[in-house]
Design a protein around this ligand. Sequence first.
Ligand code: AMP
Ligand code: TRP
Length: 333
Amino acid sequence: MNRIFSGMQPTRQLHLGNYLGALRNWVRLQHDYEAIFCVVDMHAITIDHDPEVLRSNIREVAAAYIAAGIDPEKNILFNQSAVAGHAELNWILACHTPLGWLNRMTQFKEKAGKQKDNAVLGLYAYPVLMAADILLYKATHVPVGEDQKQHLELARDIAGAFNRYYKREDYFPLPEPQILGEATRVMSLRDGTKKMSKSDESEYSRINLTDDADTIALKIRKAKTDPEPLPSVVEGLEGRAEAANLVTIYGALSDQTKAQVLADYGGQQFSAFKGALADLAVAKLSPIAGEMNRLLGDRAELDRILQKGAERAGAIAEKTVNEVKDIVGLVRF
Ligand code: AMP
Ligand code: TRP
């Protein structure tokens, strides 16, 4: 049986990178798999946060999933902290994860910065909790953006280590990453060598899913480019990171390859292309923002969906935790 698990952190607002690299793929995959989509709120407290803001972000991310087209009846949609099994399996897997594996994680190095000794244990252990998220449901496929590739390799290694240690070769399936589409790594609008990220201090670096039409158009107009017109073939984008990023975004939003986009816009100036890109982005994102607002206006309904999701996820999780406790040698009653 194939089962998808994926999640996003409720830190700040979701942006175009989250949408094109992950969320949109989930919407497409939900018809072919049994799927579990999680708001990973326990991951969100590995960095500085404000409790009130976190609470509202959790509901906002849940609303974004639904607004983008995730069906909460067909799929399971819930927030991580509502299912205790994530924390339980996290501990057990932590006891099977060599420190050397965690020392290789590039995201920790980036997020911890220079003051490593002040970084918290949770940030360091972040990828173990992510492995627990996936393995708790014995998920076989994990649709994510490219930046999560290393974490997923670690999840596979941890699953393999557990299976081997207890001589249960196929207990945990080794989860496959699904890094899909044209825009697996959307870059900052201000710097084509940095990924678009929630934590970038410049608001102009990213397009948020909730930005209004004027804001989207303004951010695209201000996006960094170079003085040359657009090339007519993909090879012409080499060494032009900002141009490549805008063409990639246009292609992803219009379901075209970069070559098709350049066939239409090659030779044109950025001013014309940016206008077309802004119109396209507004057409694709505005309905999502509108639906998010509607959903956030009925908090009781949103909470009902999350609670029901947590019950369904909890039933699967409980079974795995019990099996794992038996395998490990813990006594339960
Ligand atoms: P996060 O915001 O870190 O919780 O990421 C949620 C999902 O969005 C993950 O699958 C990421 O890989 C994906 N993602 C985040 N930023 C980008 C980006 N700039 N381009 C493509 N995918 C991204
Ligand atoms: N680490 C992921 C990110 O930042 C979020 C995440 C947590 C996740 N647990 C997961 C993604 C399990 C996929 C599966 O994007």
